[in-house]
Design a protein around this ligand. Structure first.
Ligand SMILES: C[C@H](O)[C@H](O)CC(=O)C(=O)O
Ligand SMILES: [Mg+2]
Length: 407
């Protein structure tokens, strides 16, 4: 009797499309590059960054190119005609990598050979990936498309292929400018971007802590409030900010430093007020780097499943965190993280990133590129809502997609 896997279809074709980014005529659409939003959006309103020290790049992250990449869409087609797809942030650069390099590791393989393809993609790109960046975003996108295809071929949601849910529902905190409104929508907490970097010294700390104090006054004592510092600080500044924020019950300080600055994280961990958590990881792209952050004492590892190597890598990172008694709470990535985290015992809650311009209503994070993307109603997404083959979403073909390369 042949094993069922010998009856599985093979992958006939892989195609890569882009939307938005610097190469596109139409920009500001959102999608996989959720920083590519239009004007007057909270996500680009004087947010602290490592570029804040330059006056001309202080007000807007788009001004220094945060949205140059755009959305990457990877579509994979099986020999039985089933298609799977995924999105990430990599745009036309990613399209080149998929169509001219990664295609060779995908086409011709059986739809269940995801780990083999993943390992070949990672190792074959080491000479130019540096273990992260746009190359890993692209590999993540292929990996996610493969999981989607496999799920669609065998008729199961990805979370069931990964071993099944360990809880019936996922509870979310919201990232955005208005935790007070997120509280009314049923979220368990709100993470705000800081607006001032270490370039502004004590005055910057005072202004951001005043924002926190105001928000604490609006939401009461029990609602979680967090700061996302987006790599904009140094150890001294982060230490001072953490202590100034402690009286207002700040739950965690996130991504105070660039991903590779492991020594700063180690130092900050020693300086943190008792009970406040230190988190990071969304810009980290390989397992060894996550190990270093974990060893440095990061309390919550926050890989982005679209930027860390896909579901295949995210499972390894979650296991690493678990072995060290740490949580893994991925950077919000909608269905791509929902299907993973509902299977992790060390992810008690998850992130929802508000992409509504004023953070005042629910908008699907990757709007408009996914059809059927769920949003947390009352701060919750249930396992039942994920019960559709693959990641349970379809590609919105009305979006202005381009295919710049073929093979
Ligand atoms: C709000 C942050 O600056 C960033 O845009 C998103 C992020 O880092 C997060 O959700 O975490
Ligand atoms: Mg963050």
């Amino acid at each position: 009797m042949p094993l069922p896997s010998t009856k599985l279809p093979t992958i006939k074709a892989i195609r890569a499309y882009s939307m938005g980014g610097a190469a596109a005529k139409i920009r500001g659409q959102g999608g996989g590059d959720y920083h590519d939003q239009g004007k007057d959006h909270w996500i680009d309103d004087h947010i602290a960054t490592p570029m804040s020290k330059y006056k001309e790049y202080e007000q807007s992250r788009q001004s220094f190119g945060l949205n140059v990449l755009g959305t990457l869409v990877v579509e994979v087609e099986a020999s039985d005609g089933t298609t799977g797809f995924a999105i990430s942030t990599a745009g036309q650069v990613g399209c080149f990598i998929v169509e001219k390099h990664l295609n060779r590791f995908v086409e011709g393989k059986r739809v269940d050979q995801i780990k083999l393809i993943h390992d070949q993609m990672i190792n074959a790109t080491l000479f130019y990936s540096g273990g992260g960046g746009v190359v890993i975003n692209t590999i993540s996108c292929v990996d996610l498309a493969l999981w989607d295809l496999y799920g669609k071929v065998i008729g199961l949601p990805v979370y069931k292929i990964l071993g099944g849910a360990v809880r019936d529902e996922i509870h979310f905190y919201a990232t955005g400018a208005r935790p007070d409104l997120a509280q009314k929508m049923g979220f368990i907490g709100g993470k705000m971007p800081t607006h001032w970097s270490s370039a502004f010294g004590d005055e910057g700390i005072e202004k951001d802590v005043a924002m926190l104090a105001d928000m604490r006054g609006r939401v009461g004592d029990d609602f979680w409030l967090m700061f996302d510092c987006w790599m904009s600080q140094d150890v001294n500044y982060a230490t001072k900010m953490a202590h100034a924020a402690a009286p207002y019950k700040l739950k965690w300080m996130e991504e105070c430093f660039p991903a590779a600055d492991v020594e700063s994280y180690r130092e900050l961990k020693k300086n943190m007020p008792k009970g406040m958590l230190m988190t990071t990881g969304e810009h980290t792209g390989n397992l060894s780097a996550f190990k270093e952050l974990s060893d440095a004492g990061v309390d919550i590892l926050q890989p982005d499943v679209g930027w860390c190597g896909g579901i295949t890598s995210l499972q390894e990172i979650a296991a690493l965190a678990k072995a060290h008694g740490q949580l893994v709470v991925p950077h919000g990535s909608s269905v791509y993280s929902h299907h993973a985290v509902i299977t992790f015992t060390n992810t008690p809650f998850s992130e929802f990133l508000m992409t509504a311009p004023k953070a005042d209503h629910l908008r699907p994070q990757f709007d408009p590129i996914l059809v059927g993307e769920p949003v947390p109603e009352g701060g919750i997404i249930t396992a039942e809502q994920l019960d559709k083959p693959g990641f349970g979403v379809e590609l919105n073909r009305d979006c202005p997609l381009e295919r710049p390369y073929t093979h």
